[in-house]
Design a protein around this ligand. Sequence first.
Ligand SMILES: NC(=O)c1ccc[n+]([C@@H]2O[C@H](COP(=O)([O-])OP(=O)(O)OC[C@H]3O[C@@H](n4cnc5c(N)ncnc54)[C@H](OP(=O)(O)O)[C@@H]3O)[C@@H](O)[C@H]2O)c1
Length: 341
Amino acid sequence: MSLPTRKIGNADVPYPGLGTMGMSAFYDGAGKTESNLTVLKAAYDSGCRFWDTADMYGNHHMGENEQLLAKAFKEGGVKREDIFLGTYSSSTTKFGNFRAPDGTRSIIGTPAYVASAIDKSLADLQVPFVDLYYQHRVDKNTPIEETVGAMQKLKEAGKIRHIGLSECSAETLRRASKVAKVDAVQWEYSLWETSIETNGVLEACKELGITLVAYSPLGRGMLTGKLKSRADLSPTDFRYHSPRFSEENFPKNLELVDKITAFAEKKGCTPAQLALAWVHAQWEGIIAIPGTTRLEGLKENIGSVGVELTDEELKEVRVLLDSFVVQGDRYPAAAMASLNV
Ligand SMILES: NC(=O)c1ccc[n+]([C@@H]2O[C@H](COP(=O)([O-])OP(=O)(O)OC[C@H]3O[C@@H](n4cnc5c(N)ncnc54)[C@H](OP(=O)(O)O)[C@@H]3O)[C@@H](O)[C@H]2O)c1
């Protein structure tokens, strides 16, 4: 089976992609190795072959999620050469800080760190190169020119094929693009997170011919309509401590989800499919990477490519979004403060 493709650099990449973070970290249900391998193999068989990981994805240790993918390549019936593999270096030295209200993080983008981080990722993934290597978070203490210059060296050394940035500002992206060809930018983009439309990031991507990889396109599960209350999340789930899912904000944000659900019912698709079709309809340079740990979720998300939204429907959805103010930041305060905005 083959899925439609969009470009990253000169490569034709199938969409939607697959976010593998939740298989190893952050969300309830992470860590089920055997069923995760089943989902990865099913994704492979379905032609869903743009996989997104990061060195910091792991409830137990750095590299845990990358090692899961290595297992899929070695033992799970997945041919590495058929996968367009995106990974990113996080330099988050203390995993779990996202969960602590007063958590601190260290973000390092020095050339020396970049050089050592890729070697660890290649070892954990057990691959000779990665197709797309992102800086996960911009280091405010290291000029982006230095970080991207170091990434360009990795490209020249054959360790990576494409350069990406995640959660960068438009200005950072423009500066980086003067040093090396940036092929992809990863940013949160969904029916409840549209800030890239107004902060210059989407505009810069369009102008510079950079693919926008839309992360958390299902609003971390909220936009699927399956989460009915905060009680559906355990206190160890990242979302439990995330402002949009707080005691106060959850029920308010559910009002948007109800409207989206009603629209999806009218359209004859699921809310998750509407959410993904909407993201892909915003620009032909966008690839969404929904995350799922279930076969049903995978099938449903892949099915979104069959949902076509007319101009009239897109206008209706936009009116719906414009009439609603999403409550709460998308990250806890400490993480928000570390972002390059
Ligand atoms: N660059 C960054 O800073 C950054 C940040 C966050 C995420 N990411 C990347 O983006 C990927 C996706 O983001 P995300 O996982 O945070 O959020 P998401 O894709 O918006 O949502 C994932 C959540 O939705 C649920 N789900 C998925 N498909 C579903 C369906 N069809 N019906 C019902 N529920 C469904 C999943 O649960 P089930 O497992 O139960 O299906 C999971 O809890 C991650 O895996 C990661 O690779 C990058």
